[in-house]
Design a protein. Structure first.
Length: 230
């Protein structure tokens, strides 16, 4: 069997350096009974709680606070599982990569489906928001297989920045209520309009990055073939 390809992580978001120091500090102080798998499950449970919190806003706006708690739990578990494994030197690269990114997909479904099923966001625009995340993720995964580099953040924005933005908007919704505008397409909240713009922007950037990267890789392959023929 061939050896698995080494994939290098690139994480240079606005908060990455400070977050990395914080995660190492926390991981080095966690009790022995806390395990990377346990943290992964905790992060997934946080995403599920977030989705249920959004859904619970049909009965009470305090569900938004539950959603924020779920976002915090998701950050804690999802961000710390790999850090804890590295601090304790118990990494399982193939297993960790497989489990981490599959639970990420589940977490995104829980969060955005919960938000889309709440009275604060339309389901179709929530799906657009989720699709934006997945387009970026799929590009990242394909590029990782192609060149061995897994880029976690783009333009300074990574998962933590996205969580902070979502939690901030959730708290704003708690303060201002379920404010919507009718622009002829049915009632639209601010996050609905943002999701449409986000998807258009992300998909446009995706097409541009695919074109630029494909030209770069084509040049590299041509140069490599020419060297072999010399």
């Amino acid at each position: 069997m061939d050896e698995p390809k080494v994939v290098y992580r690139v994480h240079d978001s606005w908060l990455a350096a400070a977050e990395r120091r914080l995660l190492v500090w926390i991981a080095s102080r966690l009790p022995g009974w806390v395990t990377p798998d346990g943290l992964t499950g905790f992060g997934l449970a946080g995403a599920a709680l977030c989705g249920l919190g959004y859904l619970g806003t049909y009965w009470s706006p305090t569900g938004l606070l539950v959603a924020c708690l779920g976002i915090a739990m998701n950050w804690f578990g999802d961000s710390l599982d790999g850090s804890l494994a590295r601090v304790r030197k118990i990494e399982r690269p193939q297993y960790g990569f497989f489990i981490d990114h599959n639970t990420d997909i589940m977490s995104q479904v829980f969060i955005f489906f919960g938000l889309g099923l709440s009275p604060y966001m339309r389901f179709d625009t929530a799906c657009l928001c989720l699709l934006s995340y997945w387009v970026a993720s799929l590009y990242t995964f394909i590029r990782a297989v192609s060149i061995g580099m897994f880029q976690i953040s783009y333009f300074g924005i990574g998962p933590t920045e996205i969580r902070i933005a979502l939690a901030t908007y959730t708290l704003v919704m708690l303060g201002v209520g379920n404010f919507k505008l009718d622009l002829g397409l049915g009632p639209l909240a601010v996050i609905d309009m943002f999701s449409v713009v986000l998807f258009a922007g992300v998909f446009g950037l995706y097409l541009n990055m695919v074109w630029v990267e494909s030209r770069r890789l084509d040049g590299l392959d041509r140069a490599s073939r020419a060297q072999r023929q010399d």
